[in-house]
Design a binder for this molecule. Sequence first.
Ligand SMILES: [Zn+2]
Length: 394
Amino acid sequence: VNANESPSKALVGAIAAEEVTRTLVELIRRPSPNPGGTEADVAAFVADYCRGLGLDVQIVGIAPGRPNVVARLRGRSDGPTVVLNSHLDTVPASSGWTEDPFGGSVHDGRVWGLGACDAKGQIAAMLAALRALVESRPSLAGELVLTAVIDEEAGSIGSRAVARDLGHVDYAVIGEPTRLEVGIAHRGGVRPRIIVEGKAAHSSMPDLGINAIVKMRLIIEGLERYAERVGQRRHPLIGPATASITMISGGRNESAIPDRCELILDRRMVPGESEEAVVAEIEAVLREAAARDPELRVRIDGFRPVSGPASETPRDARLVGLAVEAVEAVTAGARIAGMTFGCDMSHFRAIGAEGVVLGPGDIARCHKPDEYIGIDELVMGAGVYATLVHRLLA
Ligand SMILES: [Zn+2]
């Protein structure tokens, strides 16, 4: 018997399907749609669960009524710090549900509800992993920190704050639905709001005004050329960077020359692109357009919230190797992948941690009606988390 093998098997064996299912149902029954600022109830449940395991639990207010939960399990000796991080918020319920999005019904081997797959299922799996680690008492070095954070679906103020407060983390495992593929790279985003200002006039005398909607055409053309350029930047795991105009509005009155037009650019970044450089590129596009038309007045008026920049962890990092081993210990095989979505890994990379995005469930089932996760997926996810933490802190 391999010495490393038996503790892992014991840990995986300690994951009870009924327990992880019951936990997820409780999480789903505490709605936390974002926007909404309503994570307090589900945070209290996670905090109580962790206190019940004897962990040192902090509830950290980030915004009014919106706390992160930080729960610590200290090892018996010094060693690295491992973070299991996932998010308490969900997107709002879309239309078209046939299940109750907040009911947490269980049938066909699945748990149904908003957040089942993104990311309450990952939190339930992490809690089950914590329970297995506490109850089977392998000797751990260092420290395990569960961070259940607010606001990942908007501006990620939760993970930004928790990473800043922790200051130093060696390994961060970000719970998102990756089908238990080991995500080592993910996209990031920047969403500027671009304003063109014109001059209002009665529309019977258009020459007295400056039409902000028409002037925006120059910006759209510039951004389209920019999108072609950034599309050349390809990451081997996650494909190209993108720049898409996703919203536009202008005009106040059908008989007035519009004095204002605004658009939102959804700029998806690949690892290697920085927020500062991308904003500078967009500003250059606006400047070039303005240089071609003295009447064009354009500026960036702030940014819509996004989860953060892109990031990646080298393939040969210790965390990546052990994550692959942990997945292989529980499932038929492991695959390294890149995530086309944004997530909170970048905030932990920013403080020097190695990071992976790893969790049960499939992103294709998320942000749409009748979200679900398989109970078998939950159990495997919990087994992977427990095995990985054990190997990192052995
Ligand atoms: Zn998510």
